[in-house]
Design a protein around this ligand. Sequence first.
Ligand SMILES: CC(C)(COP(=O)(O)OP(=O)(O)OC[C@H]1O[C@@H](n2cnc3c(N)ncnc32)[C@H](O)[C@@H]1OP(=O)(O)O)[C@@H](O)C(=O)NCCC(=O)NCCS
Length: 135
Amino acid sequence: MQIVYDTRKDLPCKALHDLFVAVGWSDGIENPAMLKNFNVPFINSTIVFSAWAEDKLVGCVRVLSDRMFRSILYDLAVMPEFQGQGIGKELVRRCRECFPDSEWLVETETAAGFYEKIGFKPNKDIFLSIPCKWF
Ligand SMILES: CC(C)(COP(=O)(O)OP(=O)(O)OC[C@H]1O[C@@H](n2cnc3c(N)ncnc32)[C@H](O)[C@@H]1OP(=O)(O)O)[C@@H](O)C(=O)NCCC(=O)NCCS
């Protein structure tokens, strides 16, 4: 099936939530305020790419960037039945193409193998954090 890539930031909340549920990031019982605002992090990101199979959202990624030195990838997800077809790699490639000289960071517990496969190196810096109050 042909995959079409898009740059719109206002991804439909329901389709986005379905994608997050499908990859195990959401349990499907978010509170109404969270569901209503599910695309806000995408709208407020520097760049967004999404992948579509006909009218179905099958992949997404968003980036926060200063557009020069530092860029961070968030929420890269591909529908399980569409994984292994190069969609994740293409979404990241399109992001990197926007700011080719930037440093690129990503935080992941489960997808380190994927990122190493596409050129990311393990980073030994120590990050400190304050957790998000939403989840
Ligand atoms: C991680 C994820 C986005 C990869 O998307 P994908 O479309 O299946 O990946 P691709 O098909 O583009 O894979 C590109 C390459 O990485 C490899 N790869 C994919 N997942 C991998 C993994 N977990 N470990 C090692 N290599 C992996 C593929 O085999 C492929 O290699 P090739 O170029 O030699 O064929 C997808 O598995 C996913 O949505 N996972 C759940 C959500 C998640 O963990 N997201 C990352 C959080 S930051």
